[in-house]
Design a binder for this molecule. Structure first.
Ligand SMILES: NC(=O)c1ccc[n+]([C@@H]2O[C@H](COP(=O)([O-])OP(=O)(O)OC[C@H]3O[C@@H](n4cnc5c(N)ncnc54)[C@H](O)[C@@H]3O)[C@@H](O)[C@H]2O)c1
Length: 473
């Protein structure tokens, strides 16, 4: 069946992707009604909160877009069935984490949320519905969704003769922390599918704010795969520069100088060459793991082990940093207090999923120190959730005891500390008040800078011992 026009959109999943993506889409398509639904009622309530500081995610510029469009043509609802029934087009933007158990555990994507979304669409949709995969999915997932929907087409024939579906892949390339800008000015929009009319209708929506030449249309499988490969390439670049940071430390060279010289080559380019404590966020590790799984599935074990190294270097970088901190502090952290500056996986987001801070903090806690953690956007409960994952079987760590506190500001975190460790590149860490910090910290005092935030000469002037990642001077 051919659809002529889209007037009503439903997005399943009101998370880091669904919320901002639909907000920008609604902002640029005032005639469209856009409803974002989620099974998590609490999250929907937060999206609807009057005070925009309570939105469930922090992204620069997000609150403004929400305030312009919410309850005008953008709605957040937990009435999944009604929103699907009204929609001409349904985006699936649900979580696709790595499987924790069963076949493929640790590598394959857990598609249970995608499957349940497809079943909801099959059950509640009316007429012809265009289903758009927004989640990052293993190549060929569209086939699974198709099979579920087609089964319904056959079964529902008597009840609703007109029920039919088209499936498109439209992966999202936004980066957390710059999501609104990325959505507003994307490098490209990718639409994969085999129904030209459905592709045209989705493209028309994007054409309201994205130039035609940036909208790529492909087959379904290339589109699904491109998203995984983009993330794999980005993560590979981070692991590459991080591996060289260790070599710089060993050879009295400096990673920033090397990155600059290398990045000025047009064939390489300057982006994503900042060494740090390793990549985090919900996507890179899970997407590479999934790529490894797919490669092994197709018998491409050499390709799989090539990509596996990207993850291994990332884990190694985090362990390496923990070890250096322990060694510099005389091999003993018991009775010591360490200030942790930053817990989010990068600046301008409150997302802590797979943040390098988690494993580094766990390592330090295992060594017996007390941590004072400061992050301007991450809530205490979130840190608690992440740090409680400590495996008590392998250590004598007692989860019930409090070995860390959340500090209200930098000074509170530093007070009486032996060392500070900068783990997230929040802008406010660029202007640390070394004089004040030195006066409230213990001596000898250390700064471990994993994000290249500290001006060495400034900090040294106040008597700090400094370790900077990738700096071998
Ligand atoms: N976070 C990123 O930076 C990013 C960027 C690009 C792509 N992606 C991909 O986008 C997808 C979503 O990621 P996210 O970070 O937004 O995840 P998220 O966990 O923040 O949000 C997913 C939401 O989907 C909801 N949900 C799950 N099943 C549902 C169902 N059956 N009905 C209604 N709601 C349901 C969950 O409650 C959750 O709120 C993933 O596949 C991810 O890989 C993420």
């Amino acid at each position: 069946m051919k659809k002529r026009k889209i007037s009503n959109i439903c997005c399943i999943g009101a998370g880091y992707v669904g919320g901002p993506t639909m907000a920008v889409l609604a902002d640029n398509n005032p005639k469209l009604k856009v409803t974002v639904v989620d099974i998590n009622k609490q999250k929907i309530d937060l999206w609807n909160s009057k005070d925009l500081k309570y939105l469930p995610i922090y992204e620069p510029g997000l609150a403004k877009v929400i305030s312009r469009n919410r309850d005008v043509n953008l709605f957040f609802s937990y009435n999944v069935s009604e929103s699907i029934a009204e929609a001409d087009m349904v985006f699936i933007s649900v979580n696709t984490p790595t499987k924790k158990k069963g076949f493929g555990a640790g590598f394959a994507s857990d598609l249970k949320w995608v499957e349940s979304s497809a079943r909801q669409v099959a059950k509640y949709s009316r007429g012809h519905t265009i289903v758009v995969e927004k989640s990052t999915l293993p190549v060929k997932t569209a086939q699974t969704i198709k099979t579920i929907l087609q089964a319904c087409e056959v079964k529902c024939e008597d009840i609703n003769k007109n029920k039919s579906f088209s499936i498109l892949s439209n992966p999202e390339f936004l980066a957390e922390g710059t999501a609104i800008n990325d959505l507003q000015n994307p490098d490209r929009v990718l639409i994969g599918g085999d129904d030209n009319n459905a592709i045209k209708l989705l493209k028309e929506i994007y054409l309201n704010w994205v130039e035609d030449y940036k909208i790529l249309t492909t087959d379904l499988w290339s589109s699904e795969l491109s998203k995984l490969i983009s993330n794999a390439f980005l993560a590979q670049r981070i692991s590459s520069i991080n591996s060289i940071s260790a070599l710089c430390e060993a050879t009295q060279s400096n990673i920033n100088n090397v990155a600059k010289a290398v990045g000025m080559d047009k064939r390489i380019g300057p982006f994503f060459l900042e060494a740090g404590p390793g990549f985090g966020g919900s996507c890179f590790k899970k997407d590479i793991s999934n790529l490894i799984y797919i490669c092994n599935h197709y018998g491409l074990s050499e390709v799989a082990s090539y990509w596996e190294k990207v993850i291994l270097i990332n884990q190694w970088q985090q362990k390496r940093i923990s070890k250096i901190i322990v060694e510099k502090l005389f091999g003993n952290l018991s009775e010591k207090k360490i200030a942790i500056l930053g817990f989010a996986f990068k600046s301008n987001t409150n997302d802590t999923r797979e943040s390098p801070a988690i494993s580094i903090c766990k390592d330090l806690l295992e060594e017996g120190c007390f941590l004072s953690i400061y992050d301007p956007k991450v809530k205490k409960e979130q840190i608690d959730r992440e740090l409680k994952l400590i495996n008590t079987l392998e250590s004598d760590f007692d989860n019930e005891k409090h070995y860390w506190e959340k500090s209200k500001n930098i000074n509170e975190a530093c007070d009486n500390s032996d060392a500070i460790v900068i783990l997230t590149n929040w802008e406010e860490f660029l202007n640390l008040d070394f004089k004040k910090m030195q006066s409230i910290m213990k001596s000898p005092s250390w700064i471990f800078d994993t994000r290249n935030m500290v001006e060495l000469s400034q900090a040294e002037r106040y008597g700090f011992n400094i370790w900077k990642l990738g700096d071998g001077f």
